[in-house]
Design a protein around this ligand. Structure first.
Ligand code: MN
Length: 566
């Protein structure tokens, strides 16, 4: 495989990209003090190691220029074409999303990466970018290290895992775990150290025994390795087992790389013949690949000295795919191994089904894809009805497609929606009715006491926004209504009996009418009678009539009159 430097020599386009990046980043330094250009070069080399195509290598070289230098997206488009400009823009947009450790945010972040990428190459370049940033993370300030490590652990490593890129996922985890979960890491180191060393020694003793077994039984194999369980997966497993290390059987596993699928099963047979397997721990991921395409045989046996050990058996190709996931498929596909790629490729994306990537991949079955088609097809079609936008702080806000800044504002907070006055989309003042796109950074400008515009109902897409706007309108109408309430005065002639006044006020209260004033005085027309005057306000005369009639029915009420009152 070519190195980046060789490619720069051989390909005029890559050479041009390299020179443009060099000029653009001239004088810029990494936090480590190195020249900035070392970073895009490292990213481009990784992209090349993953067998990605030339536009990807060029985009990797230029990935930080639009954000951080004077180079514009238009210029890149002019020099390298639409595709490269699209890839660079995609990587730039992905950089705007920021994860700060809120549990419920994490899935949105992962979705954002796949959706906004729109092209799997964007995500892969971003992963290569993050890998290099992680290898140089020590140069950053502690708080920044912490945030980036957490984001890497929860978002990027998980994404790599879902794309079947286990080697990358565990590299990212190995670097970020000790930073993001310092205490847990230290506890683990203390706890597992002895156990770990003991297990490695044991596995080293068993290796030649297995090697001999396979040879004696005519099984073709290329190597037998010891695989130590990665710190992060061990930690996750310990959490599941109440931190009981004794229950983790695969702290160390022995891995046999054999020549063919029949050799896999033959090796499993030979191992089970020699050592008794633990029931329920034989996993045939060859017949039933894991959702992300992982294939291998796993078994746990009672080995020599009655010690439990895990053995994994797979072919070299399975091993390559397990380590490199989608990028391995990329390589196979490039080698025109289309048929194999398609069947394997779909399996490898089954996990991404959650993200609805698979539908389009299924369509690939009929048409042999080229790299270009493949890349565009591997975009999430949930994009068709959902968009993922960002707050200025990089928080992902998921909305239905066609949603507007007003929907966005209500999604963030009802008060922000209600007081929303104008907005900036990607830095530009835009109409509140602008349909948003995935990756848009939306800033809402609010004004105290601002109320929703009536016309908002014409363009909002979410029920949350609609409900809030309607509610405010209703409240507003109530206030308006209040202004046209009419004042009346009831004049009652009543017997002077105990509790009568109470009966009257009860009726008024039940009709939810507020009393503005009342007075009672002796009435001289009838002995032992009183004149009661009660002032109130209602929206229409009917209501005051109804009130009058109810009161008239009370015992002791002689007459009721209702007069407008001002
Ligand atoms: Mn970068």
């Amino acid at each position: 495989m070519k190195t980046l430097l060789e490619l720069i020599k051989d390909s005029p386009a890559v050479k041009k990209a390299y020179e443009m990046a060099l000029v653009a980043h001239k004088g810029q330094k990494r936090a480590s003090g190195e020249d900035y250009i070392t970073h895009p070069m490292a990213v481009a080399q990784t992209v090349l190691d993953w067998h990605m195509d030339e536009p990807s290598v060029i985009a990797a070289l230029l990935h930080d220029t639009v954000e951080d230098t004077a180079l514009t997206s238009d210029k890149i488009k002019k020099e390298f074409g639409e595709k490269v400009a699209f890839l660079v823009n995609g990587v730039t947009k992905l950089g705007h999303a920021k994860y700060r450790g809120e549990e419920r945010e994490v899935e949105n972040m992962r979705k954002f990466m796949l959706a906004v990428g729109g092209d799997i190459r964007v995500v892969l370049i971003k992963l290569a970018d993050r890998l290099h940033n992680m290898t140089t993370i020590k140069a950053l300030k502690p708080e920044k290290q912490m945030r980036i490590a957490l984001e890497t652990l929860e978002v990027y490593a998980v994404l790599a895992d879902r794309l079947g890129m286990y080697e990358l996922a565990s590299k990212l985890e190995e670097i970020s775990f000790p930073i993001a979960k310092k205490k847990e890491y230290e506890w683990m180191i203390d706890t597992i150290k002895d156990k770990y060393e003991e297990r490695v020694a044991y596995a080293n003793k068993i290796k030649p025994v297995i090697s001999k077994l396979l040879t004696e039984n005519g099984i073709n194999f290329s190597k037998i390795d010891i695989r130590a369980k990665k710190m992060v997966s061990l930690y996750r497993k310990l959490l599941k087992y109440e931190m009981n290390l004794e229950r983790v059987y695969d702290l160390i596993a022995i891995r046999c790389i054999v020549d063919s699928v029949p050799d896999c099963y033959a090796a499993l047979g030979v191992i089970h013949e020699s050592w008794l397997p633990l029931p329920g721990r034989i996993k045939d991921y060859i017949a039933f690949p894991k959702a992300n395409g992982y294939r291998s045989l796993h078994t746990t046996v009672f080995g020599p000295e009655e010690k439990v050990m895990e053995v994994q058996i797979r072919t070299a190709q399975m091993h390559d795919e397990a380590e490199n996931g989608i990028s391995a498929h990329w390589a196979y596909q490039k080698n025109k191994d289309t048929k194999n790629y398609i069947s394997r490729g779909i399996a490898s994306f089954a996990k991404a089904d959650e993200l609805q990537l698979i539908k389009q991949l299924k369509d690939l079955k009929e048409n042999a894809p080229n790299a270009e088609e493949f890349a565009t097809l591997v975009k999430s079609d949930f994009l068709e009805d959902r968009i993922l936008t960002l707050t200025p702080k990089g928080k992902v806000i998921e909305l239905p497609s066609g949603a507007t800044p007003v929907d966005f504002a209500y999604h963030v907070h009802s008060e922000i929606g209600n007081t929303c006055m104008s907005c900036r989309v990607n830095g530009l003042i835009s109409p509140l009715s602008t349909p948003l796109k995935s990756g848009d950074v939306v800033e809402i400008l609010t004004q105290k006491n601002k109320r929703p515009g009536d016309e908002w109902l014409q363009f909002v897409k979410t029920s949350v926004a609609r409900e809030h706007i309607k509610k405010v309108q209703k409240d507003k109408n109530k206030v308006l209504y209040g202004e046209i309430l009419k004042k009346y005065e009831l004049r009652l002639i009543v017997e002077d009996r105990v509790g009568l006044l109470n009966d009257v006020t009860n009726i008024i209260a039940r009709m939810k009418i507020n009393i503005n004033h009342h007075e009672s005085r002796e009435d001289h027309t009838f002995a032992n009678h009183k004149m009661l005057k009660i002032g109130f306000a209602v929206s229409n005369y009917e209501k005051s009539k109804e009130l009058g009639e109810k009161i008239r029915k009370l015992k002791g009420v002689k007459s009721v009159e209702c007069h407008p009152y001002s």
